[in-house]
Design a protein around this ligand. Structure first.
Ligand SMILES: [Zn+2]
Ligand SMILES: [Zn+2]
Length: 362
């Protein structure tokens, strides 16, 4: 688990202003375009700042050590509709934070003109289906899927570093190619990044045979996920760097696991409250008997109907709802009672009820 406070070098009780200051200072220091810059470090700083500068995300992070994006998180991207069930794969451009944009927003484009020397991996989104009971108890599980993973032979670089590099012949070491295009409007000259060296101006002497110089291979990947109790339908868990590996040392994309909660046979959920229709016997209603009932985690408890209760109303059972994610405590349970009339009544039962009918006042 990444410690965002440590990354920004601020105490856990740092003010918003302190966090902003720390971010600016570190972002200047590590920006990839500066001498001594470090793209991985810069990205990490940016990620920490994205979370700690947002009140809601910071609260979630403090509580769970991770941040949930999605349905109820303000500012979270809108999810594209998924196919019915199963896994969904694809790019999720809406979630990809472009740190150049953010950086320019803060520093006024001071570091423009960065050369792209490698290609970053795409983000991946996967949908998992869980039961309401899983959402109640929380769930740890492993998730396997196929994607681009870092090549182990070359460590993701795409070549053998010890064999050195040579000047790219395609672009003559310039990293870019000038192309002249003749159109009916005249001649245009266009500059584009060299496709062979990706702008580096040099190519390796010994490309990795295992990945054919790509630095990544298509293979199975397994991640561990930890769904905390109280997660809501449509929320997503973000695993930084859990997406596609980048090409030739490019950074990995992120993985978003969207949680879809299946309908439950007993409970309907609204936020952290649960609603249930419960069958009871007429005598249980009349006598205010303790009615056994089961929690979503299988725990047994009793409810009783208070005298004078109207069956049109819902009985509120405090703190028997869903866990409140990030806040602690539980929501409430609302019971609606459905009186089941007996299918058969003995003569004796009929006689007793006749007698009871005469005894009751309204
Ligand atoms: Zn390789
Ligand atoms: Zn080149």
């Amino acid at each position: 688990m990444k410690d965002y406070y440590k990354i920004l070098g601020v105490p856990r009780n740092a003010s918003e202003e302190d966090i902003k200051k720390a971010f600016r200072k570190l972002a200047h220091e590590f920006h990839p375009d500066k001498a001594g810059g470090n793209e991985a470090k810069f990205k990490e700083i940016n990620e920490a700042y994205q979370v700690l500068s947002n009140k809601e995300k910071r609260a979630q992070y403090d509580k769970f050590g991770q941040v949930f994006e999605g349905a109820s998180a303000p500012g979270g991207g809108a999810w594209d509709p998924f196919g019915a069930g199963g896994f969904g794969f694809g790019n999720q451009a809406g979630f990809d934070v472009n740190f150049d944009d953010i950086f320019e927003g803060i520093f006024g484009g001071e570091f423009r003109g960065r050369r792209k020397s490698n290609i970053n991996g795409s983000d991946i989104e996967i949908m998992i289906q869980i039961t309401l009971s899983d959402a109640f108890k929380g769930l740890k599980r492993e998730l396997s899927f196929k994607t681009f993973v870092e090549c182990k032979t070359c460590g993701g670089l795409g070549y053998d570093k010890s064999k050195g590099v040579k000047k790219c012949t395609t672009c003559g070491g310039k990293g870019e190619i000038r192309e002249n295009k003749r159109t009916f409007l005249g001649n245009f000259s266009q500059v584009r990044t060299c496709p062979d060296c990706l702008g580096k101006g040099e190519v390796p002497n010994s490309p990795c045979p295992a990945c054919k110089g790509e630095g990544r291979i298509f293979s199975a990947k397994t991640v561990s996920i930890d769904i905390v109790p109280g997660i809501e339908d449509g929320q997503a868990i973000k695993i930084t760097g859990g997406g596609e590996a980048g090409i030739k040392g490019g950074r990995s994309g992120d993985l978003y696991i969207k949680v879809n909660i299946l309908p439950d046979s007993r409970f309907v959920r609204k936020g952290s409250d649960l609603f249930e229709i419960k069958d009871i016997r007429i005598t249980e209603a009349l006598l205010g008997k303790e009615i056994p009932t089961l929690d979503l985690n299988g725990e047994k408890y009793f409810v009783s109907i208070p005298p004078g209760f109207s069956l049109k109303d819902k009985l509120k059972v405090p703190k028997k709802g869903m866990p409140k994610m990030g806040l602690g405590g539980r929501g409430d349970l609302y019971l609606t009672f459905n009186i089941k009339l007996p299918k058969h009544m003995s003569n004796k039962a009929k006689k007793i009820i006749e007698e009871l009918n005469g005894e009751l006042d309204d």
